[in-house]
Design a protein. Structure first.
Length: 165
């Protein structure tokens, strides 16, 4: 409003405050002000996804997960093993094998994840036996995204797909 008032005062001082001049100033100001709201998508309700490892098997208890577009996703991974560590890594489409290979090279101290891996959308570090880890991230664009455990030897079976609708 400060801008409108100052423009109005300015125009008044110039003797230009007629109906036409003033309304065009207001239209311009309103158009500029409403633009950001129109371009930001409405946020969907937050979503919680639960996944777990299945005993001592090298699998998750589900291989499909789903969430709506524009949601904030919290993923909980419960490690039900008594001996094995697992992580959970969400990858860009088509990059799961590369992420696992790069993760193996990075090693245990890096949670089997390459530093700042551009192919990784969200991830949990290695979760120890019996523990639960959580990660919160914004849903990527609608599509199908592979997730996997990058602990060496696990990703062949310990994997699935997160679908964003
Ligand atoms: Co694993």
């Amino acid at each position: 409003m400060a801008t409108i008032v100052s423009r109005r005062e300015f125009l008044k001082s110039m003797g230009l405050v007629g109906g036409l001049a003033l309304s065009s100033v207001i239209v311009a100001a309103c158009g500029g002000g409403s633009a950001p709201a129109a371009t930001s998508a409405p946020a969907a309700a937050p979503v919680t996804l639960d996944i777990a490892s299945k005993g001592e098997e090298l699998v998750y208890d589900k291989n499909t997960l789903e969430a709506p577009a524009n949601s904030k996703i919290t993923l909980n991974l419960k490690n039900n093993s008594t001996a094995l560590s697992h992580n959970w890594v969400l990858c860009k489409p088509g990059t799961a094998d590369t992420v696992a290979t790069d993760g193996m090279a990075a090693g245990d101290t890096k949670n089997y994840l390459k530093d700042n891996d551009a192919n990784v959308i969200a991830h949990l570090p290695l979760i120890k036996p019996g523990q639960t880890g959580s990660v919160t991230f914004n849903a990527p664009a609608p599509g199908a995204y592979p997730f996997e455990c990058t602990f060496p030897g696990h990703n062949a079976l310990m994997k699935g797909t997160l679908t964003i609708k």
